[in-house]
Design a protein around this ligand. Sequence first.
Ligand SMILES: NC(=O)c1ccc[n+]([C@@H]2O[C@H](COP(=O)([O-])OP(=O)(O)OC[C@H]3O[C@@H](n4cnc5c(N)ncnc54)[C@H](OP(=O)(O)O)[C@@H]3O)[C@@H](O)[C@H]2O)c1
Length: 242
Amino acid sequence: MGRHERKRIALVTGANRGLGFETSRQLARLGLRVLMTGRDEAKGREAAHTLASQGLDVLYYPLDVVSPQSVGAAARFGEVECGGVDVLVNNAGVMLDGRSPRAASAVLPTDLESFERTYAANLFGPVLLCQALVPGMRERGWGRVVNVSSGLGQLADMRAGWPAYRSSKAALNALTRVLAAELSGTNVLVNSVDPGWVRTDMGGSQADRSTLEGSDTIVWAATLPDGGPTGGFFRDRQPIPW
Ligand SMILES: NC(=O)c1ccc[n+]([C@@H]2O[C@H](COP(=O)([O-])OP(=O)(O)OC[C@H]3O[C@@H](n4cnc5c(N)ncnc54)[C@H](OP(=O)(O)O)[C@@H]3O)[C@@H](O)[C@H]2O)c1
């Protein structure tokens, strides 16, 4: 539990369903207090109620990651009311490319507005949350940041399709490396995780992994021991190429 004699606090974005929900459950099972955040208050409260009624130490706080005001309010709640956020899981994400009209001959067939909205949630949201929460982690000398990325963002395997989503996750991976380098030697560990292809609203019903399997490496990266890896990209707890 560390020298602060209090439970570690984790803030998970997009916690009302899918991987964020399962990650919250697993972190709470490991003994953390989890701030399950989400932009829809009714869905968020219901998700937190589900886990709380299983005896887990979770609470809901509203957070729309694309809104600086909302990030500011959630960060104040975590830092001031709860005593400090130790673990940040940047899980909230969108994949909007699929909804763009696709002319067979089009190059990068995603409209600019979809790029902007994708980057707002998948990249700028994590930037804002890191800016708000990492200073406290550094001050307290302990922190873990997990950026939930995707194999679709791997430059080593970059292919056609989903240009906004792919490039947002590649940029998120760059953020992981820049931040990890800035925090070198601080005991704040920052990593990207590819959960694999997971059965969620985003992944669809054909995906080969359950949310429990998909959340495993996220939870592992969120609870790394001191001296653990930082600035890496992991799937199944193993490093993978950028
Ligand atoms: N499923 C896969 O196969 C797969 C593979 C690789 C990576 N990932 C990544 O894993 C993460 C979780 O995805 P998932 O599969 O669990 O998808 P999901 O079921 O679609 O869940 C996405 C979550 O993100 C939230 N969200 C979206 N925009 C938000 C915003 N502006 N503010 C706050 N929350 C927001 C959603 O909230 P609402 O309910 O309010 O929309 C929802 O809780 C994403 O970053 C995704 O890119 C998924």
